[in-house]
Design a protein around this ligand. Sequence first.
Ligand code: GLP
Length: 238
Amino acid sequence: MKKVVLDTYEEVCRAVADIYTEQLTKKPDSILGLATGSTPVGLYEELVRRHRAGELDFSKARSFNLDEYYPISKSHPQSYDYFMRENLFDKINIGQYALPNGEAGDPEAECAGYDAAIEAAGGIDLMLLGIGHNGHIGFNEPSVSYSLGTYLVDLTESSLKANSRFFGPDTPQPTRALTMGLGSILNSRRIVLMICGASKAPIAGRLFEGKVHSDVPASFLLLHPDTTIFLDKEANGG
Ligand code: GLP
């Protein structure tokens, strides 16, 4: 696991954007794993900027997102489908994209189909991750046992609280989500984790204890051969 600390959030976004540029130059038909949350917003802005400047072409690339609330309609402004279209897909020329379907009638069949689609595409070349305050990646919440493939998960109080700011009194917050499992994430050939802001310093500290803890899902990244963690100074403890 490689650790890179940069002064500011903007520098982290540019450094991670450089990895995308390198990846898509080397392999234009890359399979990209993408994430939501506030952390990647600046990265997506930088990718859009580079695309508009003619520096980045996504036309042959394909993406699979980590997770989606369940149940939720794609047109719901807080759905991850909506978020991705708003922040990235409607602004670049991505060949094809997929998220777990929050509208699926049969969530188990949806999860199995999602895993099969990732496998049929040849697996994920570059997986982007953020981290929850409780150490979750995707929506793999702290647990004594973890799922390998995509599954339906009950969100913990901590995640519900962290995301409640996005839901008003008229828009009930889903309490479950469909998420790639730790196996799907760790099967990716290369992983980039962004950790930014002072509020993430405690969980970053736990991660850098260097031990796999069942109560810190992100610590399983220690088992992966090509993971780089980008932090801004604040997340690294100031
Ligand atoms: C969300 C997502 C994660 C994300 C995390 C952190 O709930 N499921 O994929 O990494 O929480 O979000 P933020 O970047 O807003 O702190």
